[in-house]
Design a protein around this ligand. Sequence first.
Ligand SMILES: [Zn+2]
Length: 390
Amino acid sequence: MKRLVVVALVSAFVLTLLVTAYHQCIRLDEAEIIHKVEEIRGLELLHEVPYEFMSPEEIGKQTSNLDNRSELMLKALFMADENESIKEVSVEHKAEHVVAYYDPWNKVFVISEKRASLLRKILPHEYVHVLQDQHFDLTRLLSRRTFDELMAARALIEGDACITTDLYEGREPSVEAAAFGSSSSESLLERTLDAFMEFPYVEGKIFVSRLYEEGGWDAVNAAFLDPPTTTEQIIHPNKYFSREPRKNVTNAELPLGEGWTLSSDVLGEFFIRTMLELHIDEDAARQAAAGWGGDSFDFYTNASSYLFVLNISWDSIADRDEFFTAYNKMLASIGGELLLNSSKVAMWVVKDKYVWICKFGENTLILSSPCLDLLDAYLNVAGLYEEHAA
Ligand SMILES: [Zn+2]
């Protein structure tokens, strides 16, 4: 899961282009562009940023870091098809769409050699990132450890850049999302990657526009110093205003045998919603993911198998039950076969994988593996075997 975070991270500044490439040509000198962005955003450029040119292929490789582990994880969660190669899909996708981006680690603009003519169109948006970095240190915001925290930070960063760009172009900040144009013919993996890419721009913009309405740029600047910590706070801005924290969730640990590795993460409301949305009705997915309180995701892998443990804590029993129902519905819609079903526990076989889900307290616990022995081993370690048998 560490890898997935890296991917989200390196593609942080990439989508810009999709948004801006279609805007009419801006015939201004760069100095004028910078000056206007500084004036609108109320922040001063502290020093110049150098440019670096790269081929589209090189940009595709640089901005797309998905590895085999991320691929296995997305397949285990039914967010990619078995025959899809994550490396191919993501590298091609990026090479095709990325015109330029600002790299806050190396403090440089990276520009596609073949698309340099589009540069002027994307500069206002990218200069907002430069101002953010020079005043608030983007590497600090983007060095967060969990997927959920990182996506929340990216939503603040991109939401700000989108609102500033609206003002730059003489429009009132609008919460209307940029049209990203997804097609229903896209593969499962492409739809997953699209959802990950769009979130910071679409829901980040809605979030930052709430901050801007409440307190102008002062409120937006304050959020960079005290950033949202969960995607739940982005999706429901009132939960940012009240600083609703994430509940700590801990999982029982399976002793690692030879050749096994474990990576852990917090997925968050946005990830869980996306997982459901790929297979069930969008409104039902949103409804089911809302009420998230915290989660803990563990992914055990070796050369030939895996086990994942997703423990989600909900705000109430009603929220827990809603998710339990929606997740079972999702498994049914993917063609799962129900092996065991009680009011508290369900077990499925879905495309040669076993999926076990149970309710306990205000939590739901999902275990999944192609290997039944691994599920049994975990149930024993976690003391859940009785739940299973009941
Ligand atoms: Zn951006």
